[in-house]
Design a protein around this ligand. Structure first.
Ligand code: ADP
Length: 572
């Protein structure tokens, strides 16, 4: 069975089977009619729903009222007919007594006295009985009660039909009352007058017609009022939704600062206020992300410009050497040797630059996964400092270190942290004049460890301090040492330290020296919220959606790079 089949079966059942959408997905007849007839706006549908509910209520109430009114009239009519029947019976008994006196009304043979017949069949009596007393067609029978049952006497049945014209609003009602039996005590033996009234004049039909008319008028007025009120209310309900739609459209068209009002009176109901709040929160996030992406794009653009600039210098130098060699210098062996050596140095610098760039971009893109081990930090730092010893001696700088007595085990990537120390010590060597001192300290802190690299070098100007960790930033004061750098070393330091959940800061005084402080947590996993008091991460980086998560740091290093001691001694 195809995937879509069960859905079609359900549709067919819901649509009554005959108008179900066919396999081609054509909408059912009912759906098409509903689409044509139903209003398309939310406001229209709300209005229609209000009005439909009111119309239904009015119909139900009217039907109930009319039904109850009919029952009420019936009951009244029966009570009224019973009262009039009793009056008729009493009158008949009176006439019969007077007409038959001194004979019995009904003889022992069960025959009504003929004088009574004569009296009751007189037109005047009939008119009085039907038109005045009963105001209905009258059937009278005289008889006796035997064993609780009425036995009519011979010749004792009289009829009188209502002939008087009805009053305004009166109509003959085709009903027949229950017969009443009026027992008359007599010296000759009790007899019974049976009276049945039918087809009386009543106001029932007129009253019901009037009430129906009234209800119809009230219903129409109520419907008209409800249409206006429902339309106004629906408009009020839908205004916040309209505002949301407009804001979404503006947002989609690029107006990222667009928001919807969230104060209760303007936003509408609680649910809509909540929706507006969520919408604004979403818009904030969108704006934030776009800002971050824009900033990143600008940074990438600057970075590319910097990279091309950095590459141009050695390339231009190589080209010049090449041209010189092709010209006259190629014939002079000394000049040729010198130019070839200078070209080799530039090529080495290019290679070194490419290595640094690759490393930095891998660190930034999260491709570098830290190989975290709970090893002694002292060993890591010692190794890096010892490697820098040769360069320090060559430059005539005193390089010393102070370590804690006991092992300082923290979870870190020894190769990367070694790289951090090598870069900091390398910079210190570069920027410290002959005879100067560099001191590296490792100490335990409450939540991890601290590495400090202090030098008695040239120092950094206060206005440059916030910028030195930027890529390609090199101090503005021209010097041989600055000229040899690429401005990438500290950016690499910052990336590695942040990957460890730590922070790096610098204090410096121009002419007296600088101190770089690296704080590392016990474990990068617990690093969140554990930044050491007083240490300022040099530049806060907001993670962008989709940026590799910090968890990457807990996995084994997948980087195949040999992790060179970057920036230690940049080729000139
Ligand atoms: P570079 O490869 O140029 O050294 P870095 O990113 O390592 O690049 O350093 C950036 C800049 O910070 C340097 O050009 C220099 O101006 C300044 N700097 C870094 N370390 C020191 C230091 N120990 N003493 C003085 N200035 C320093």
């Amino acid at each position: 069975m195809a995937d879509g089949e069960p859905a079609n079966v359900t549709e067919a059942t819901a649509a009554g089977g005959t108008h179900a959408p066919d396999a081609t997905g054509v909408p059912s007849l009912r759906a098409r009619i509903a689409h044509k007839v139903m209003p398309h706006t939310f406001q229209g549908r709300l209005t229609l729903a209000f009005v439909a509910i009111l119309a239904l209520t009015l119909t139900l109430v009217s039907t109930l009222v009319l039904n109850r009114l009919g029952d009420y009239f019936d009951q009244q009519q029966r009570q009224d007919l019973e009262a009039r029947s009793t009056g008729v019976a009493q009158f008949v008994a009176l006439v019969a007594e007077r007409a038959s006196d001194p004979r019995p009304v009904i003889s022992a043979a069960g025959v009504v006295d003929p004088a009574i017949v004569v009296e009751l069949t007189q037109t005047s009596q009939e008119r009085f009985l039907a038109d005045r007393l009963a105001r209905a067609d009258v059937l009278i029978r005289l008889g006796v009660r035997v064993d609780n049952a009425f036995v009519p006497a011979s010749g004792g049945e009289f009829r009188a039909d209502l002939q008087e014209a009805p009053e305004v609003g009166q109509i003959r009602e085709p009903i027949t009352s229950d017969a009443i039996y009026y027992r008359v005590p007599s010296a000759f033996g009790d007899y019974v007058v049976e009276v049945t009234l039918s087809n009386p004049y009543t106001y029932r039909a007129t009253a019901i017609a009037t009430t129906t008319g009234l209800l119809a008028i009230i219903g129409l007025v109520a419907l008209a009022v409800s249409i206006v009120a429902a339309a106004a209310l629906a408009r009020r309900f839908t205004t916040p939704l309209r505002r949301l739609t407009e804001a979404s459209r503006d947002l989609a068209e690029g107006d990222l600062a667009r928001r919807v009002p969230t104060d209760a009176p303007t936003a509408g109901s609680l649910e809509l206020t909540e929706l507006a709040l969520q919408f604004n929160a979403m818009a904030d996030r969108v704006q934030e992300s776009v800002d971050i992406i824009r900033r990143d794009r600008d940074r990438s653009r600057d970075f590319l410009a910097d990279v091309s600039h950095e590459l141009r210098t050695p390339i231009a130098a190589i080209r010049t050497f090449n041209e010189l060699l092709q010209e006259h210098a190629g014939e002079d062996p000394d000049a040729r040797a010198e130019f070839l050596e200078a070209s080799a140095a530039q090529i080495e610098r290019l290679d070194w630059l490419a290595q640094n760039l690759l490393e930095l971009s891998k660190l930034d893109s999260g491709l570098v996964l830290l190989d975290l081990r709970p090893e002694d930090l002292r060993a890591t730092v010692e190794q890096a400092v010892e490697q820098a010893g040769t360069a320090a001696r060559r430059r005539g700088v005193d390089l010393s270190m102070a370590m804690p007595d006991r092992p300082l085990r923290i979870r870190h990537d020894p190769v990367r942290v070694g790289q951090v120390v090598a870069n900091l010590v390398g910079n210190a060597i570069k920027f410290t004049a002959r005879g100067g001192r560099i001191h590296v300290t490792v100490a335990a802190t409450l939540d991890g460890a601290r590495i400090e690299v202090t030098d008695t070098g040239v120092g950094i100007a206060p206005d440059e301090l916030p910028r030195i960790f930027e890529r390609f930033y090199r101090g503005t004061r021209a010097s041989e040492a600055r000229g040899s750098g690429s401005g990438l070393g500290l950016a690499i330091v910052r990336s590695i330290v942040e990957m460890h959940g730590g922070s790096v800061s610098v204090e410096s005084r121009l002419g007296s020296g600088s101190t770089f402080t690296v704080n590392l947590p016990h474990s990068p996993r617990a690093a969140d919220g554990l930044r050491p008091a007083g240490s300022q991460p040099v530049e806060a980086r907001t993670p962008i959606a989709g940026e590799p998560a910090a968890e990457a740091a807990y996995m084994a290093d997948s980087s195949s790079s040999p992790a060179p001691a970057l920036n230690v001694d940049a080729p000139r």
